[in-house]
Design a protein around this ligand. Structure first.
Ligand SMILES: N[C@@H](CCC(=O)N[C@@H](CS)C(=O)NCC(=O)O)C(=O)O
Length: 289
């Protein structure tokens, strides 16, 4: 295993909408294992131009490839001149703890973008540090990117994007989400993951819950925020609970655009339908001087 955190191992490259869809592997000190990531570089970078980036956080069961292959986001990224960065959703490898029953909602593919404090998870599951600090530094060192960043995601990753942006508003220009688990401290997926990763004291969960974080957001740090939620999403009532976020935003007076999309479910068919609108929304914030 290559343990030099400065080095990228090239895996693949494909021409796409006159830009490049690429995949790399690297050693992550935050996660203490090797990680794959995908990146789309728009055609503007062929002329040596530095571009802004949208970070995409995927949901349960995903790797860096689901969004890359299924969302059709490259068209919009090429048009607006923005890079897309797709990390994996958890640490991986033989030494990384996994759910004993191979559950899809804990362990591999289910990092929830938190820094685990409980054994055995705390040895590798530090996705919060990886996404907030390590990955942007690595991307901006190796690729023609400046420090204009936005963040988006789906489901577990939609919540990750909201939570990370609310905790680090100075690091992002805008945030968006598809079908986010907006209040993980009250959803079965969130309760399961947080009790394993963060322990039983729920006070230690609050800093990872977007519906709670929004209450303490400072008006001068408000970010442009966009959410799309399908009305036919099979996880809406039990896990996602968008109504809680609407109520929290109203209480906090945080301006957010939430689109309820009639008849759309939780799948990438939903994401691919509206990803162009999300990229246009981010492009506006990223290109604003
Ligand atoms: N597999 C789970 C649901 C997992 C799921 O829907 N994952 C979403 C994110 S939360 C996803 O993006 N799956 C991968 C894909 O559609 O490519 C189940 O059967 O209940």
């Amino acid at each position: 295993m290559n343990q030099n955190p400065e080095e990228l191992q090239f895996l693949s490259s494909h021409r796409s909408f006159d830009g490049w869809q690429k995949r790399y592997r690297h050693f992550s000190p935050s996660l203490n294992c090797e990680m794959n990531f995908s990146i789309y570089l728009p055609p503007a970078t062929d002329q040596g131009e530095k571009v802004p980036a949208v970070y995409w956080l995927s949901g349960l069961t995903c790797t860096d490839e689901n969004f890359t292959i299924k969302a059709g986001a490259q068209r919009g990224a090429a048009e607006y001149g923005i890079a897309l960065i797709m990390p994996d959703t958890s640490p991986r490898g033989e030494k990384v703890a996994r759910a004993i029953d191979h559950a899809y909602d804990l362990g591999l593919g289910a990092g929830f973008y938190v820094n685990a404090t409980q054994e055995p998870w705390s040895r590798h599951y530090r996705m919060y540090d990886y996404i907030v600090d390590e990955l942007p530094a690595l991307m901006e060192k190796h690729f023609p990117l400046d420090d204009r960043r936005s963040i988006s995601g789906h489901s577990m990753g939609g919540h990750g994007a909201l939570m990370i942006a609310l905790r680090n508003p100075q690091r992002y220009r805008s945030v968006s989400a598809f079908s986010p688990i907006v209040n993980p401290t009250t959803s079965p997926w969130g309760i399961k993951a947080f009790s394993h990763y963060l322990g039983d004291d729920v006070k230690n969960w609050w800093n990872y819950d977007a519906s709670l974080l929004i209450e303490s957001a400072r008006p001068r740090e408000y970010l442009p925020m966009l959410i799309d939620q399908g009305s036919a999403d099979e996880f809406l009532a039990e896990q996602l609970k968008i109504e809680r976020f609407i109520a929290a935003c109203n209480t906090a007076n945080y301006p957010v655009q939430i689109n309820m999309r009639e008849g759309y479910d939780h799948s990438y068919f939903f994401i691919s339908t509206f990803i162009g609108e999300h990229l246009r929304f981010h492009a506006r914030a990223l290109k604003n001087p």
